[in-house]
Design a protein. Structure first.
Length: 326
């Protein structure tokens, strides 16, 4: 898997929803793992100035696609979302550019990597510096490019990125990364259940339908079930049929937000989380559901414990954050 950094922007339609949708579609591709996203930035148009402001963001990907195949994949997402290429630097519903592809320098009719204009555009540099200030391209860090950029157009951080939800992943994971078997949790350790309750109390918990059927209703917490096939409605119980619908629902809530499984839900929402509370269980059982790798997270704290001869550790991780551009 190679590290790739991309720039995303658009200035037509519901700009915030379009950027969110583009990120979701990128991560849904089986050959791409979205690991990190920036805040959203409102920016003045560049090159062709007689058009409305843009909304821009940056993201880090891992992919096994070649640069050419990745370009085709991203262009297909643009096309699927309704982009029509009418004029150079003109209005667009979505634009996804490859800025950097690990270990690759290309200059062809269809693709140039690194992107030929990235160092001249503050709307590209500002979101990238937020997620990777020390990334070196052509011998210079992104932070240095931004500090020396002569582009004076307005670039302003605004709300709306899925990053702003400050999601926390919460899970109990065994030493084989197992989390469940036959739609049941592998372990129900009393002190871990207390840990879960203390952290999620008065918060929003996002789960899949099978996890909800296993854990049931939880007092003093709002539950959102993310499921394409079933609808769940009740007091403090909500349904979302897609990640985009989930984001629109989360816009309405101010509580702390937790992602509590299962496997598919963790995989879908991991890129947007800012923290993780993981109970590492130093044991293993037969599992058919597994926890995904914590890409771009760093361990901040680990507290060891034992119950009924099972050893485990309560661990806190944080997404590797950098100095944002303001």
């Amino acid at each position: 898997m190679k590290e790739v950094y991309i720039s995303i922007g658009g200035n037509l339609g519901d700009k915030r929803e379009n950027l969110r949708n583009a990120l979701i579609k990128i991560h849904e591709n089986k050959n791409i793992i979205l690991t990190k996203i920036s805040s959203f930035y409102e920016t003045d148009p560049w090159g062709k100035t007689d058009q409305q402001p843009f909304l821009n963001a940056a993201a880090k990907l891992l992919t096994n696609l070649s640069p050419e195949d990745l370009l085709k994949t991203l262009q297909n997402i643009e096309k699927e979302m309704g982009r029509v290429r009418k004029e150079h630097w003109g209005e667009r519903i979505i634009d996804i550019d490859i800025v950097h592809y690990e270990g690759v320098h290309i200059r062809s009719e269809s693709l140039t990597i690194p992107h030929p204009y990235f160092s001249e555009r503050k709307f590209v540099l500002a979101p990238l510096v937020e997620i990777a200030p020390k990334l070196v391209i052509n011998g210079v860090t992104l932070k240095e490019y931004l500090d020396n950029c002569k582009d004076n157009l307005l670039v302003k951080k605004v709300s709306g990125s899925p990053k702003d939800f400050n999601m926390t992943i919460i899970a109990a994971v065994d030493k084989s990364r197992g989390i469940g078997c036959q739609n049941k949790l592998l372990y129900k350790i009393k002190s871990d259940m207390i840990f879960f309750r203390e952290n999620t109390l008065n918060g929003v918990i996002i789960v899949g339908k099978n996890t909800f059927k296993d854990i049931g209703f939880l007092n003093k917490r709002r539950i959102i079930v993310l499921s394409k096939s079933e609808n769940f409605v009740g007091e403090n119980l909500h349904s979302a049929r897609s990640v985009l619908e989930l984001f629109n629902l989360l816009d309405k809530f101010n509580e702390k937000i937790f992602v509590a499984g299962g496997e598919a839900i963790y995989n879908l929402l991991m890129p947007y989380a800012r923290a993780a509370l993981i109970t590492h269980i130093f044991d293993a059982k037969k599992a058919d559901k597994f926890f995904p790798p914590l890409y771009d997270f760093s361990l901040k704290e680990m507290r060891f414990s034992e119950e009924n001869k099972i050893k485990f550790a309560f661990s806190r991780y944080a997404k590797k954050e950098n100095h944002p551009f303001d």
